[in-house]
Every structure is written in structure tokens, then in C-alpha cells.
Design a protein around this ligand. Structure first.
Ligand code: MN3
Length: 200
């Protein structure tokens, strides 16, 4: 069962001006597509071909690096597209309570995530995860994620911010912190809340 590129749940220009349409086109159509294609190539004819993405992540240490990089890339971007495209509403309900309990406020969470993203050397991801029922911020290098058995901090990711240069360079060049502060304008908190409740 080959992996496929999920359609973007909104238009390429839906995140303007915070994330530009050209970046979205290349990011989704070229980068993510390449992770999908290379994952399928790396799995062809192996037992991993019949595993779900989540199963692959949980046992990633026993697969070749191409499965880790491209399987992670496929998982991470599939999550990323869904947690963007929000209508400007803020976290509500149980998620808002959990954010306040763990970080004091939404600004406290943003500060922690932005620091995790800004200090991730080279390429990687900043994550909000559910670990033992509580929220935690972490980051991973390359296309690793907190579902992988090799992750330093493990948990279920409910929000991930891509800090690879390909996610922001056309608009923000070297200014990763500017991208990190802008991305909060387009977070889909309803989707994050859905993932939060599913992870509990
Ligand atoms: Mn990316």
C-alpha cells in the first residue's frame, strides 16, 4: 500500500501574508511529494511496506535512514498542513485549560515553542506534545519526531512547526524568528484541540 501526498485542506494562498503562496506550492508539491516518493522507494519489497506510518515511527530504529528521513518527512508535513489554515480563533475549552496549566498562558506557550524552534541548529521541528497526559514543548533534528523510538523526548505531537529553511526562506530569508512569530497568526487551534483530545 503506497503512501500518497495528502491534498492541502486550503488554497496555496490561504496563509498569506504570513506564509506566501509560492513557499506553500514548493513546500507541499515538491518537498512533501519527494518525501512520499522516496519513502515508497525505500520501503518497496520490505516488510515496512505493510506498516502504517505510526507503526513505522514507533520502530524506526530498525529501519534504514531513508525510511527515518522520508517517513518522518511524510508524517511531519501531513500533520503540519492540518494545523495551519486557522480562522484566527484562539484555543478554547480543555486545550486552553491545559495550555494555561502548563505554560501560564498562550503567550507562554508561544515563547517556549519559538525558543525551541529558534535554537534548533540547522533543520528540524518544534513540537507541542502530549506526554503522560500533560503538554510539553520539545524539538527534533531533521525529519525526526516525538513518535520515533529514537526521540529524546517522546509523546504524541499535536502541533508541529517546521523550521527547515525551505519553510520560510523565500519570504523571511535568514530571519527564522520572524517566521516563528508570524506562524501563530495561522494556527488552526480547532485541529490542535481535536488532536489533543484524541491523545488523552
Ligand atoms: Mn518542510
Amino acid at each position: 500500500m503506497a503512501h500518497t501526498l495528502p491534498a492541502l485542506p486550503y488554497g496555496f494562498d490561504a496563509l498569506e501574508p504570513h506564509i506566501d503562496a509560492q513557499t506553500m506550492q514548493i513546500h507541499h508539491g515538491k518537498h512533501h511529494q519527494a518525501y512520499v516518493d522516496n519513502l515508497n522507494k525505500a520501503l518497496a519489497g520490505t516488510d515496512g511496506e505493510n506498516k502504517s506510518l505510526e507503526e513505522l515511527m514507533a520502530g524506526i530504529s530498525s529501519y534504514p535512514m531513508a525510511v527515518r528521513n522520508n517517513g518522518g518527512g511524510h508524517y511531519n508535513h501531513s500533520l503540519f498542513w492540518t494545523i495551519l489554515g486557522g480562522d484566527g480563533s484562539l484555543p478554547a475549552g480543555k486545550l486552553a485549560d491545559a495550555v494555561n496549566a502548563a505554560f501560564g498562558s498562550l503567550d507562554g506557550l508561544k515563547e517556549k515553542m519559538n525558543a525551541a524552534g529558534a535554537t534548533r541548529f540547522g533543520s528540524g521541528w518544534a513540537w507541542l506534545i502530549v506526554s503522560n497526559g500533560t503538554l510539553q514543548v520539545t524539538s527534533t533534528p531533521n525529519q525526526d519526531n516525538p513518535l520515533m523510538d529514537i526521540a529524546e523526548v517522546k509523546g504524541t505531537p499535536i502541533l508541529g512547526i517546521d523550521v527547515w529553511e525551505h519553510a520560510y526562506y523565500l519570504k523571511y530569508q535568514n530571519k527564522r524568528p520572524d517566521y516563528l512569530s508570524a506562524v501563530w497568526n495561522v494556527i488552526n487551534w480547532a485541529e490542535v484541540a481535536k488532536r489533543f483530545e484524541a491523545a488523552l
